[in-house]
Design a protein around this ligand. Structure first.
Ligand code: MUC
Ligand code: MG
Length: 372
């Protein structure tokens, strides 16, 4: 008899960040993790996690809506079902609930973790096997202060933590942002790669001005300069400039990827399990990008260790990530809710060993940081 899904519990966990994290749409002083604990009829537990950025500032799901929608609508679709047919469970969620990609991602992570524990396989092995076990990880500079960002970059470079940096811009006038980025790039010189993420803040005309100046300053990648739905504009920018564009909010899943590729986009796609409704959706986008000759980047929605580990298992199955990853979420948080943190070293992170995620909870820490 195969096991069935017995219970699904969700918790809101608030963790402070190590410093304010300033993005074009919000400044974060803490991150809220929606932690999923799924149990099957044999007592096997699967862990999942969903996060977003700044309540409703980043997208249509908030931590509170993720929890409520799992509890009210999504968990009842899974409870009582056979626990080991992940394809059927994913179809069940897709058929009966629209959107809610972050909530679905948290559930799929928990289902895969439980399946891995049941079969004695890591999540990457469940997905066909890892092709990389050490993944490069960049760091995001977003203190809001140029001198502080430069100090932070040198510290992380000298500690061999990160050798590529992403700057969050778009909150200030274009000329001010460009001056900030150019000063950081000039200070780092050839020692580090510097990219920017505009998080949709510019219109196309501002983007043309801003990108021209950033290209001259030696910036290597421009992430999501214009609003998510402006696919035609993003394709025009990709064709206009030498510096490549990275589509992030514009490309949630394989359908978006297909539209961009068919429209003549070149550059790279940011993969995020949260955008695609889980690991399988993110890998569908990755495989489409590979077919279309579009580069890949392992993205984060600033997940804690559970969501970061899940993403790493997915990215590890890919033969190549041309632009590396930004799976630094746990390093931005002051504390953790797992017993053993991820091993960050040599400008990257090690893929955790299985079964499942290869992550166990620290129950005391979880209780301490859980919202009452
Ligand atoms: C995003 O849009 O890329 C990734 C790193 C970071 O600081 O914010 C996220 C979201
Ligand atoms: Mg982004």
């Amino acid at each position: 008899m195969s096991s069935t899904i017995d219970t699904i519990e969700t918790l809101l966990v608030d963790l402070p960040t190590i410093r304010p994290h300033q993005l074009s749409m919000t400044t974060m002083a803490r991150q809220t993790l929606v932690v999923v604990r799924l149990r099957d009829s044999e007592g096997i537990e699967g862990l999942g996690e969903g996060t977003t950025i700044g309540g409703l500032a980043y997208g249509p799901e908030s931590p509170e809506s993720i929890k409520r929608n799992i509890d009210t609508y999504l968990a009842p679709l899974l409870i009582g079902q056979p626990a080991n047919n992940l394809n059927a469970l994913r179809t069940q969620l897709a058929r009966h609930a629209r959107g809610n990609a972050i909530a679905k991602s948290a559930l799929e992570t928990a289902l895969l973790d439980a399946q891995g524990k049941r079969l004695g396989l890591s999540m990457a092995e469940l997905l066909g096997g890892a092709q990389q076990i050490h993944l490069p990880v960049l760091w995001t500079l977003a203190s809001g202060d140029t001198a502080k960002d430069i100090d932070e970059a040198f510290q992380r470079l000298n500690d061999r933590c990160h050798c590529d940096f992403k700057l969050k811009i778009g909150a200030n006038p274009v000329a001010q942002d460009v001056a900030h980025v150019a000063a950081i790039k000039a200070a780092l010189g050839d020692r580090a790669g510097v990219r920017v993420d505009v998080n949709q803040a510019w219109d196309e005309a501002s983007a043309v001005r801003g990108i021209a100046a950033l290209q001259d300053a030696g910036i290597e990648l421009i992430e999501q300069p214009i609003p998510a739905r402006e696919h035609a504009g993003l394709i025009r920018l990709a064709n206009r400039f030498r510096v490549p564009m990275l589509a992030d909010e514009s490309v949630a899943d394989a359908r978006d990827g297909f539209d961009l590729a068919a429209g003549g986009f070149s550059g790279a796609f940011a993969l995020k399990i949260a955008k695609s409704g889980g690991l399988q959706g993110a890998l569908e986008l990755a495989h489409l990008a590979q077919t279309a000759g579009i580069g890949l980047y392992g993205g984060t929605l600033l997940e804690g260790t559970i969501g970061t580990a899940a993403s790493l298992h997915a990215w590890a199955t890919l033969p190549e990530l041309a632009w590396g990853t930004e799976m630094f979420g746990p390093l931005l948080l002051e504390d953790d809710i797992v017993a053993e943190p991820l091993a960050y070293r040599d400008f990257g992170v090690e893929l955790p060993c299985g079964p499942g995620l290869g992550v166990t909870l620290d129950e005391d820490k979880l209780a301490h940081y859980s919202r009452k």
